[in-house]
Design a protein around this ligand. Sequence first.
Ligand SMILES: [Zn+2]
Length: 276
Amino acid sequence: MIGEENRGYLRFRQDDLEIITTTREAGTLLYRAGQAGVDHAATGGAAVDDTVVDENYRRLGETLGIPRERMVRVVLDHGCAIFEADRSAGGEGVSSDRQNLGGFDALVTGERNLYLGITTADCFPVILADRQRGLVGLAHCGWRGIALRLEALLFRKMLSLGAQPRDIRAVYGPGICPDCYVQNDPLLKRVFRDDLGCPSAVIPRRDGCYGIDLKEASRKNLLEAGFPGEILETGICNACDPRFFSVRREGAGTGRMLTLAALRGPGGSGAPRSAR
Ligand SMILES: [Zn+2]
């Protein structure tokens, strides 16, 4: 993949597929209204006012050259609901006065130049794209999403919209590596080894602890669902790499990166039109 690093984001392009992940320099992209499982008052995250987040989104859009009306972000719920985004959803989730897409952990669109968005800080953003049919999807894959096989559900959703398995490519954005995601909670061991049937995702460590390889388990889910295609990855662990926020490293009150994914270019109703 062709990568570009700028102040505040990494940008990857492959043909007309574009993926952007922000870094710490862009500031947090999580609103206080926020996401399930994050108690901002309890974690100290309340120090970040929504006006600061508004400014972070405004500045990001300007730096990227992407109008916020062409971005749509869902408010995560650690569930497996998929939002079908069209042009009318543009601008949702990227300003404090438009936070109406709660309860979704994945998005899909057939609209070119509409940037799907989720926030993360350890979980993997997983992008699926069928360029031929102009379909792109983005899923929030932490341990709960992977346990629910969210990436496989997104894959099947794209097939139901006309995507062809062999034309879909998958990309794993920055997420936590098994060296950083070390646990001693027996629940996770059971989920990954037994429920998901992925013992290779559970890596023994000292003192009864174990590392969880989220990406390994998520890839297995995709392959089991019939995904035959190419799987690409950034190879970045956000917890190893200090350019990124990490809940594991810094606690739940830390910031969140934004990942955006879109198919660019003409075709579909979302293409920019020249004025006549
Ligand atoms: Zn790591």
